[in-house]
Design a protein around this ligand. Structure first.
Ligand code: A3P
Length: 307
């Protein structure tokens, strides 16, 4: 079994072709084929009581939260957080690349405690052991339209996910939940509803943009880590968009171009709230908003600056 350190090397040494995997439903949720085909070890994954799960819908600020959490546990030691690329430091539970690249589960089973684990799985697909062990979960949510735009550009560059196709069709696919990891609407709502039953810290991307230090304080309190205000400010500085964009251990530049095609977009693309206004036509916006009202009816979950 490959160690965590080997993961990035294995990705680079992999001579096969990363391909745009089709989506295969798992309990009705479309997941990339390798994940669906290796579902049993994911479903049966053994969480530990001191595991921390960073749970998100793709493109909602996962990497940003990973960097913040890693720096909180490193008491703001920036050099320590630069020990490896973010996807090596905090593995994604369900990710499966073609062998011999180790899967997320392979990398996690022998990792020392306390583990920090990333997952995009919707709440109902999380391995039951996370709930049985009452693990802490940090959930990051981003408003639907910006999340969609970010996902569209990521799907253009990510050579393992389905081709996004034309923009107009992508908007429809997103609304119908026909993208990897399924419906944004169900994902964000389900975790919001589960807050009362589990140890979940629900964080909004828009709040992080507005007052990052405030959200870092919420996260460190949830993690029960004592940090001085100076260190909170230091972490806020090192997790600002521009610093992360220039940090090869946070910006995904270490992934091979056979995986991420940087001629199409960049991982740290814009990092803004309201960027959707540059892409949605009036007709798309109207259709999206009407559909949004229907899908989000009855929830107290509110996103800011989205309509
Ligand atoms: P954009 O494509 O809108 O730029 P994820 O990590 O879940 O894949 O999310 C990626 C999105 O989060 C990208 O959005 C990326 O730029 C943004 N992001 C990452 N770090 C950020 C930061 N420090 N500040 C603001 N946005 C950030």
């Amino acid at each position: 079994m490959a160690s965590q350190k080997d993961y990035n090397e294995a990705l680079h040494e992999f001579k096969g072709l990363f391909q745009r995997f089709p989506l295969v439903p798992v309990y009705g949720i479309p997941l990339m084929e390798p994940i669906a085909h290796q579902w049993a070890p994911i479903e049966n994954f053994e969480a530990r009581v001191d595991d921390l799960l960073i749970s998100t819908y793709p493109k909602s600020g996962t990497t940003w939260m990973q960097e913040i959490v890693d720096l909180i546990f490193a008491t703001g030691d920036v050099e320590k957080a630069r020990r490896a690329p973010v996807y090596v430091r905090i593995p994604c539970l369900e990710i499966c690349s073609p062998p011999p690249v180790p899967s997320g589960v392979d990398r996690l089973v022998n990792a020392p405690s306390p583990r920090v684990i990333k997952s995009h799985l919707p709440f109902q697909l999380l391995p039951k052991s996370f709930l049985e062990k009452n693990c802490k979960i940090i959930y990051v949510a981003r408003n639907a339209k910006d999340n969609l735009v970010s996902y569209y550009f990521y799907d253009l560059m990510n050579r393992t996910q389905p081709d996004p196709g034309p923009w107009d069709g992508y908007v429809k696919k997103f609304m119908e939940g026909k993208v990897a990891w399924g419906s944004w609407y169900d994902h964000v709502r389900r975790c919001w509803d589960e807050r009362a039953n589990h140890r979940i810290l629900y964080v909004f991307y828009e709040d992080m943009k507005e007052d990052l230090a405030h959200e870092i304080r919420r996260v460190k309190d949830f993690l029960e880590v004592e940090l001085s205000e100076d260190i909170v400010q230091k972490i806020a500085h090192h997790t600002s968009f521009q610093i992360m964009k220039d940090n090869p251990m946070a910006n995904y530049d270490t992934l091979p171009s056979t995986f991420l095609d940087r001629t199409k977009s960049s991982f740290m693309r814009k990092g803004e709230v309201g960027d959707w206004k540059n892409y949605f036509t009036v007709a798309q916006r109207e259709a999206f908003d009407a559909d949004y009202q229907r899908k989000m009816e009855g929830t107290t979950l509110r996103f800011r600056d989205v309509l």
